[in-house]
Design a protein around this ligand. Structure first.
Ligand code: IVH
Length: 669
C-alpha cells in the first residue's frame, strides 16, 4: 500500500470510530459490540505504531476513547481546582520563596509539607454529613464533570464516613491513578498510566471503570466548612483517620537545602514505587499562611511542584520551521524524526529563539538530544557533534517574518541587552501569522472561552477566509460552515450556542482577550478594577491618558509602553471599539458584603508587616477599594515608613482619617 492509501484507510477507520463514539456516548445506542469497538481502536493504534506519519486529533491514542465531555453533567467547583507552578532547579525554588517573602514583605522560616506528585488525574469528592454526595473531575479548573458513579467504583474512596470529627461539609481532593503493573495489562490501549486512569474514569458506563483497577490518594481540600486544622501535615493525618489513603512518603521539611536533598534521593528511589511519580509537591505547612498567600490566576502562591528530570532520546533534525506567536515572537521549531520519549511519540521540539540556535550551533541534519517532562514542550538540549556531517552549514535565522515584514530585536533598557527573541513588529492584524494567533488567544479559555471553537477550527476558518478579525467570529456564515467536511447541523448549532454565550464577558477577561503584550490575566484584572467599565477604559485610551494607569499598584512602565504601542495602531482601537458594541462587557462585580463596603483606602510609605499587594487584596476581599490620590472621597490614609508628607498634609486639610500601621492592623483584626 502507498502512503496515501494507508492515510486514506486510516482516515476511514477514524471516521468509523467517531461514528461509533457518537452512537455509544451521545445517542447511547451502540451499533457494534464492545469487542468490535475495541478491535477497531486497536487497529487504529497498530496503524499509528507502524506508520508514524499517521496522526489525527481524534485518534484513540489522543482522545483515550473517553466520552466527549459534553455528555457529562457539569458542576461548578465551590473552590477552583487550580494547577501548580513548576520548579526544575534550586534557582526556581529560591524564586518561589522570594516571591512569598515579597508578598509578605518579610523573610520568615518556612515549613513545608512535602508530598510525592503522583502522575494521575485529580478528582474532587463532596461529602455532606459523612456521605459522598458528588464526585467531579477537574475539568477546566472552574467547572468539572460529574463522575460520581465512576468514582464510587474505586475501593480507596469511602462512601460513608462516621468519624465524629469529620467535617459536615467538605470537598476532599486527591489523585486517581493506576499502578504500573496494572498498566502493563492495558499497554495496547493507552499511551501511559495517566491516560489509562483518565480514560477509565471518564467512561460513560461505571462498569467499564470498574474493569480497570484504579486507586485514590487524598492530599488536599476545596470547600471546608469551619476548618480548625492548622497544618497541612495534620490535615493529612486527619485524612488517614477518616479512612482515606494518603501517600506514605509525605514528610515535613524546612529549608530549600533539605528539599533538594530529599528530591535528589527520591528521584532515584521512585523507580521502586508501584506507581509513576513525576516530581514532589512542596506546600507551605501552615494553613493560615496558605490562606494569607492565596492564589495567582492559575496556581497557589503557597505550593510548587518540583519536577524530576525529564525523559530524553536522540533524534535527527529534518527541518527547522519558524512559528510566529501572538506577540510577534519568532520561535524556531525543529521537525525531528519521530521518536518515543517516555511513552509519547515526539516529532517537534522547540529551539526557543534565535540566540539559542546560535549558542548551541544547531543545524539541519544534526543528531540532537531531545527532552520532555510532563506537560512541558519537548526541547533540544544538545547536539551530538560527533555525528555531524562535514558538509553541514550553520543555520541562518530568517531576518524576515513569514508574512514578509522585516523583523527586529528589541533593546531592553533595563538589562541593557538586546532581546534573545526576534520579533515581527506587531502591526496589528497586518501580519497574517500574528493575526491568526491573536484570534486563537481571543477564544482561549481564560479569554472569551468559546467552547467548540478550538485552535484547529480557527486555523481552518482562517484558511477558508471565514475569519480575519476577532469580530468576524460574531458574524460567521453558519450555513456555509454546516456544509464543510466534519461539520453537521448539530455541531454548527453547538458552535453558534457557545459563540452566543461568550458574548457576555467580564471587563477583565475582555481586556485580557485583546492580547496586548505584557497584559496577562493578572494585569488585565488590575486594569479592569481601575477603569471599572468598558466605557471608562475606552475613554482613557482615546484620550491617551495612559499615565493614569501608573497609579495602579502592579502596573509599570513596561505595561504602559506596551499599551501605548498597541493603541498607536488605529486599527487596533477600531477593532476593540467594534467588539465593545457587539459584546455585552460587564463591569467588574465587586464583593458587596464585606465590612469595608464603600470605604476607600490609600497608602503612603512602606508597610512593615505586609506588602501593598497583600493589603490591597485584604481590602478588596472585604468589599473596599484602594485609590491613588487624596481627595474628599478618601476614607482612610494609612501611613507606613517614610510617608510622602504632601499626601499626609492634604489628608489632614480634608479631615480624612489617618491611620498608623498599628491602627490599620487593628482595623483588619
Ligand atoms: S495539590 C491548588 N498535591 O498535580 C493545587 N496536587 O499541577 C492543588 N498532584 O492537578 C493540588 N500530587 O492532579 C497537590 N500531593 C499533591 C499532588 C497534586 C499530584 C497533581 C494534581 C494537580 C496537579 C497540579
Amino acid at each position: 500500500m502507498s502512503d496515501s492509501e494507508i492515510k486514506k484507510n486510516y482516515k476511514k477507520k477514524i471516521n468509523e470510530l467517531i461514528k461509533h463514539n457518537k452512537l455509544y456516548y451521545i445517542d447511547s445506542s451502540p451499533k457494534i459490540t464492545d469487542r468490535k469497538y475495541d478491535e477497531l481502536k486497536k487497529e487504529l493504534l497498530d496503524l499509528e505504531k507502524k506508520h508514524t506519519f499517521l496522526k489525527n486529533n481524534l485518534s484513540p491514542s489522543r482522545t483515550l476513547g473517553h466520552k466527549p465531555s459534553k455528555s457529562f453533567i457539569k458542576s461548578k467547583h465551590r473552590v477552583k481546582m487550580l494547577s501548580l507552578a513548576n520548579a526544575f532547579d534550586a534557582k526556581d525554588l529560591e524564586n518561589f520563596e522570594k516571591k512569598i517573602f515579597n508578598f509578605l514583605n518579610k523573610k520568615i522560616e518556612i515549613e513545608y509539607s512535602v508530598e510525592p506528585k503522583i502522575d494521575g488525574i485529580s478528582a474532587s469528592l463532596t461529602y455532606k454529613n459523612g456521605l459522598l454526595v458528588m464526585g467531579t473531575s477537574r475539568g477546566d479548573g472552574t467547572t468539572g464533570e460529574v463522575i460520581t458513579e465512576n468514582l464510587k467504583t474505586i475501593n480507596d474512596i469511602p462512601q460513608k464516613i462516621t468519624n465524629i470529627d469529620f467535617p459536615k461539609d467538605i470537598d476532599i481532593r486527591g489523585e486517581v491513578f493506576i499502578e504500573k503493573d496494572d498498566f502493563k495489562k492495558l499497554k495496547n490501549d493507552f499511551a501511559n498510566p495517566r491516560n489509562a486512569a483518565s480514560g477509565s474514569l471518564r467512561q460513560k458506563n461505571p462498569l467499564e471503570t470498574k474493569k480497570i483497577p484504579l486507586n485514590f490518594v487524598a492530599y488536599t481540600y476545596g470547600y471546608f466548612e469551619s476548618n480548625k486544622i492548622k497544618k497541612q501535615s495534620d490535615f493529612l493525618m486527619s485524612l488517614k483517620k477518616w479512612g482515606f489513603k494518603i501517600n506514605e512518603h509525605n514528610k515535613v521539611l524546612k529549608t530549600i537545602k533539605d528539599l533538594e536533598i530529599f528530591h535528589k534521593k527520591f528521584e532515584n528511589d521512585r523507580f521502586d514505587l508501584k506507581y509513576d511519580v513525576d516530581g514532589l509537591v512542596y506546600k507551605i505547612n501552615n494553613l493560615d499562611l496558605q490562606n494569607r498567600l492565596g492564589f495567582t490566576a492559575n496556581s497557589p502562591r503557597w505550593a510548587i511542584a518540583h519536577k524530576f528530570s525529564a525523559d530524553s532520546a536522540y533524534s535527527i533534525i529534518k527541518d527547522i520551521n519558524i512559528q510566529v506567536g501572538r506577540t510577534g515572537a519568532l520561535t524556531p521549531v525543529a521537525r525531528i524524526k519521530p521518536v518515543n520519549i517516555g511513552g509519547v511519540v515526539v516529532s517537534n521540539a522547540t529551539l526557543h529563539n534565535e540566540d539559542e540556535i546560535i549558542r548551541k550551533d544547531i543545524r539541519l541534519g544534526d543528531t540532537v538530544k531531545v527532552e520532555r517532562a510532563g506537560d512541558v514542550i519537548p526541547h533540544v538540549v544538545l547536539v551530538d557533534l560527533k555525528k555531524r556531517k562535514k558538509e553541514s552549514k550553520k543555520f541562518v535565522f530568517p531576518k524576515k517574518c513569514p508574512c514578509g515584514f522585516d523583523t527586529i530585536k528589541e533593546f531592553n533598557r533595563v538589562t541593557k541587552k538586546y532581546d534573545a527573541v526576534r520579533r515581527c513588529p506587531d502591526r496589528g492584524f497586518e501580519c497574517e501569522k500574528i493575526a491568526v494567533e491573536k484570534i486563537k488567544h481571543f477564544i482561549s479559555k481564560e479569554a472569551l472561552n468559546i467552547d467548540g471553537l478550538g485552535k484547529k477550527v480557527v486555523e481552518n476558518f482562517w484558511n477558508l477566509k471565514l475569519i480575519r478579525y476577532p469580530q468576524d467570529i460574531f458574524n460567521l456564515e453558519y450555513a456555509k460552515i454546516s456544509k464543510l467536511e466534519g461539520w453537521g447541523d448539530l455541531s454548527v448549532s453547538n458552535l453558534k450556542y457557545s459563540i452566543d454565550q461568550s458574548k457576555k464577558v467580564s471587563l477583565d477577561r475582555f481586556i485580557y482577550s485583546i492580547g496586548i503584550r505584557h497584559i496577562g490575566i493578572e494585569n488585565a484584572k488590575l486594569l479592569a478594577e481601575h477603569t471599572k467599565s468598558i466605557t471608562n477604559f475606552l475613554n482613557l485610551i482615546k484620550n491617551k491618558k495612559f499615565n493614569e494607569f501608573l497609579n495602579i499598584d502592579g502596573i509599570g512602565e513596561t505595561q504602559i509602553n506596551s499599551l501605548k504601542k498597541f493603541f498607536e495602531n488605529k486599527s487596533n482601537y477600531k477593532i476593540i471599539e467594534k467588539l465593545s458594541f457587539m459584546l455585552n462587557i460587564t463591569d467588574l462585580k465587586l464583593n458587596k458584603d464585606g465590612k469595608f463596603l464603600n470605604n476607600t483606602f490609600m497608602f503612603t510609605g512602606k508597610l512593615s508587616n505586609m506588602s501593598r499587594a497583600e493589603a490591597k487584596s485584604f481590602i478588596e476581599e472585604n468589599s473596599g477599594s484602594v485609590v491613588s490620590s487624596v481627595n474628599k472621597k478618601l476614607k482612610y490614609l494609612i501611613i507606613g515608613d517614610k510617608p510622602t508628607n504632601r499626601k499626609v498634609q492634604k489628608a489632614k486639610e480634608l479631615g480624612i482619617k489617618i491611620l498608623s500601621q498599628k491602627e490599620w492592623l487593628n482595623l483588619l483584626n
